[in-house]
Design a protein around this ligand. Sequence first.
Ligand code: NDP
Length: 432
Amino acid sequence: KQRNPGDPEFLEAVEEVIKSLEIVEKVHPELLDDDVLQRIVEPERQIIFRVPWVDDQGKTQVNRGYRVEFNSAIGPYKGGLRFHPSVNISIIKFLGFEQVFKNSLTTLPMGGGKGGSDFDPKGKSDAEVMRFCQSFMTELYRHIGPDTDVPAGDIGVGAREIGYLFGQYKRLKNEFSGVLTGKGLSYGGSLVRTQATGYGLCYFTQALLKDNGTSFEGKTVDISGSGNVAIYACEKAQQFGAKVVTMSDSNGFVYDPDGIDLAAVKEIKEVRRGRIKEYVEDHPNATYTANERPWGIKCDIALPCATQNELNLDNAKALVDNGVMAVCEGANMPCTPDAIAYLKDHNIFYSPGKASNAGGVACSGLEMAQNAQHLSWPAEEVDQRLQGIMNSIFETCRDTAKEFGVEKDYQVGANIAGFLKVADAMKAQGTV
Ligand code: NDP
């Protein structure tokens, strides 16, 4: 706390993990090591840089760029880039810290990192976005590489941004390599990467539900967000026989009692780059509520897929009052700590993002493997591997929770399992 006084999100993420590790101290104290604990909460390297670019009016704009290379004990730094006006060092550090444990859970050899900028792609022309991305990469390129640090997308960084970033890296280094993931299919991307986080969330949730004697079939689902994760979570939940009734953005949410028409959402968000409220224009039974989140709508399963701290204690109470059975995180840290405590106290199944949204980075790991082999695997193969990884993450969370005497506490299971692997690698490599 003394070392990070202005970083509330980072402290929230660290405290959550430390709390889970108190259980390790009680049950298997020999597995905890003070030296590792001290080192694991300190990023290996933090890079902060100026990103100057020229807008369409010829005016110079300046943003701030970040890359936090958090932990490389089990592989090269790996984690997304976020472009959003709310980005600051606290948010990037919390995301980087979470990424360390998430990547460990995937079973793939990836360390943890995260980066981004306070640049807002919304309302910018393609040319402005390209100039920004080129300037951002003109500094970042010297810190990353296919065996050093491999960034990907996150909020505000999709296929368009990854393309511009990759083009500039290639130009600066004269090297065509797998330095970024989430690339387009024509230049080294992996099939299923676009869908991977949302699909992976549903594979994890389905495994959890099955293990508890039920499934998505016939369930009502609230989803927040209408970006990459939300759209593909909606698609897979619908394929599993659920009815998704809400989606949202930072301005409000839509509720469609008939079930969300996903083709319409894709048209609005992926083609027109519009706002979710446009959905009600041609869906007369649907309603739009401005400045609110969807958690007051009755559902069996809630999948928060927008951003951090978007589901608070009041929202958790509303969900429980309406009979929710499971809350599985697609976003990173969407539930506040008091909301999580309330859900767990009421025996609601809860899974933390670092477990249930790991499908995106897992598929990125598969993209790295394909790039290294100079091969491209068919969609079925990637999807099957993704399902296998999500099932194994669920089993790891479940079995670890049981081993440490907190059966069905998937949050504690995820934190302990993610931590133990990284800690073991850190110990083996000495005090570095
Ligand atoms: P997108 O940019 O594609 O979509 C983000 C969605 O969340 C948009 O609907 C956006 O609305 C909404 N949103 C963003 N900020 C806020 C806010 N402050 N309040 C309310 N709504 C907000 O991002 P992704 O779908 O990729 O990411 C969503 C979440 O999933 C993030 O937490 C991300 O870290 C996490 N994640 C993403 C992965 C991926 O592979 N993409 C992998 C693992 C985790 P608006 O358009 O109004 O901003």
